[in-house]
Design a protein around this ligand. Structure first.
Ligand SMILES: *[C@@H]1O[C@H](CO)[C@@H](O)[C@H](O)[C@H]1NC(C)=O
Ligand SMILES: *[C@@H]1O[C@H](CO)[C@@H](O)[C@H](O)[C@H]1NC(C)=O
Length: 359
C-alpha cells in the first residue's frame, strides 16, 4: 500500500472527485433530476430498497406497471418495512394491526383501495382485486376482509410479539401518546374510555405544544412509469401507531396518498396522513406538473401549501413527470431535515437511494 507509483496514479481520480464535488455544489438541487429523464422509472418513498428492486425486476420481466407497483409495495408488506407497512406494526388502541392500501392506473384512472383491512397481510393485492373484479373503488373494514377471503387471500392474525409489546408498553404509560382531544378524562394523562367535554381551551394548548412524531407513521408510496409512458402508483401502510379504531389515513385515498395520470405525471405522499389528506397533495402535485412545472418544484409547492396551515407537520412527497424526471420535497421539522427515497431508471442502472433536503 502507498508506494510512490500508486499515489501518483491516484492524483487524476482525486482531481476528478474535486471537479465532481464542485459541479455538485454549483448545480445546487439540480443533480436530483439531472440525467433522470429516461424510462422506465421506479421511485418510492423512504429507503425501501427491496421494494424498488421488486418493482424494477417485475418491469424487466415484461410485466405491467400495475404489476410492478403491486409487487413493489407487496415486498414491503412481506418484510414489514420500518414496522410501518404490513402485519405486526402500528397497533391501534385495541392492539390490533389494520392495513390501508391503494393502487391507481394512470391510463384508465381506475383505482382499487382498501382501508381498515383486518387479518389479511397482502393489502395492496386486495386493492388490486377491488380494481380488477368489482365496479367499486374502495372497500373498508370487516367487509373488505370478507371480500379478500372471497378472492382467496388467507385470513391470518396480524399481531406479532413486537406489535403486542408496543401495545402493552403504551397501556403501561397511561395510553400516551394518543389521538383524542376535548374529552374527559384528560387524554393527555389517562386512558379511556373517554367522553366528550365542552372544554376546548385544552386543544389550543396541545396544538402549540405539538411534538412531532417522526417515523410514527410512514408509508410506502410508489410510482412506476413504463417504457411506453404508462404510469401506475400505489401505497401500503399499517397507519398511525395507537390510532383510534376505524381511523383511515391518507394512503388509500386517491389524490392524497398517491395519484397517477399518464398524461401528466404521478405523485405519492408520506407522513402525517391525518393532516396531509386534507390537501390532496398527490393530486395537487400532478396538476402542477400538468402545467409544465418541474417535479421537484411541484413537490415543494405542495409542502408549502400545507405548511401555511400546519407549520410543524411531518411529511414528504415524491413526484415524477411523464418524461421520467423526478423529485421530492419534505417539510423541515426538528428531527426531520432530510428525506430518503429510492429511484431506479436506465441512467441509475440499479435502485439507488436519493436524499433531498427538507424545505
Ligand atoms: C403500455 O404498456 C402497458 C402494459 O405494460 C399497456 O397496458 C398500455 O396500454 C401501453 N400504453 C400505451 C400508451 O401504449
Ligand atoms: C419533466 O421535467 C423535466 C425537468 O424538470 C423537464 O425538462 C421536462 O420537460 C418535463 N417533462 C414534461 C413532459 O413536462
Amino acid at each position: 500500500m502507498g508506494s510512490g507509483g500508486s499515489s501518483s496514479k491516484l492524483w487524476p481520480s482525486v482531481l476528478l472527485l474535486l471537479l465532481l464535488l464542485l459541479l455538485q455544489a454549483v448545480g445546487g438541487l439540480a443533480p436530483l433530476s439531472a440525467g433522470a429523464s429516461d424510462l422506465p422509472l421506479v421511485i418510492n418513498t423512504w429507503a425501501f430498497r427491496k421494494a424498488t428492486e421488486a418493482a424494477w425486476s417485475t418491469l424487466q420481466a415484461g410485466d405491467s406497471e400495475l404489476d410492478a407497483v403491486e409487487k413493489g409495495c407487496g415486498q414491503c408488506e412481506i418484510e414489514q418495512c420500518d414496522g410501518s407497512v404490513g402485519y405486526g406494526g402500528s397497533p391501534d388502541e385495541h392492539g390490533e394491526t389494520t392495513l390501508d392500501a391503494m393502487i391507481m392506473d394512470g391510463n384508465t384512472m381506475k383505482v382499487g383501495a382498501v382501508a381498515d383491512l383486518r387479518r389479511i397481510k397482502n393489502a395492496i393485492g386486495v386493492a388490486r382485486k377491488v380494481m380488477q373484479h368489482t365496479r367499486h373503488t374502495f372497500l373498508v373494514g370487516e367487509s373488505a376482509t370478507m371480500f379478500a377471503e372471497s378472492m382467496g387471500f388467507p385470513s391470518e392474525d396480524l399481531t406479532t410479539q413486537k406489535s403486542l409489546s408496543i401495545y402493552l408498553k403504551w397501556l403501561n404509560q397511561k395510553c400516551q401518546p394518543n389521538f383524542w382531544k376535548n374529552v374527559t378524562p384528560d387524554a393527555s394523562k389517562s386512558c379511556g374510555p373517554y367522553k366528550q367535554t365542552e372544554d376546548f381551551s385544552r386543544e389550543e394548548k396541545n396544538i402549540l405544544e405539538k411534538t412531532v412524531h417522526v417515523h410514527n407513521h410512514d408509508t410506502i408510496g410508489m410510482i412506476v412509469i413504463g417504457q411506453n409512458g404508462s404510469i401506475a402508483a400505489g401505497t401500503s401502510t399499517n397507519g398511525a401507531v395507537h390510532k383510534i379504531q376505524g381511523r383511515v389515513g391518507d394512503s388509500p385515498i386517491a389524490g392524497a396518498g398517491a395519484y397517477a395520470d399518464s398524461t401528466a405525471g404521478a405523485a405519492a405522499a408520506t407522513g402525517d396522513g391525518d393532516v396531509m389528506m386534507r390537501f390532496l397533495p398527490s393530486y395537487q402535485a400532478v396538476e402542477y406538473m400538468r402545467t409544465g412545472m418541474e417535479p421537484t418544484v411541484a413537490c415543494q409547492k405542495v409542502i408549502s401549501r400545507i405548511r401555511k396551515y400546519v407549520p410543524f407537520f411531518f411529511g414528504a412527497v415524491i413526484c415524477a413527470n411523464t418524461s421520467g424526471s423526478y423529485g421530492a420535497a419534505c417539510n423541515k421539522v426538528p428531527g426531520f431535515t432530510q428525506f430518503h427515497f429510492m429511484a431506479s431508471n436506465p441512467t441509475l442502472r440499479q435502485p439507488s437511494e436519493q436524499i433531498v433536503d427538507c424545505i
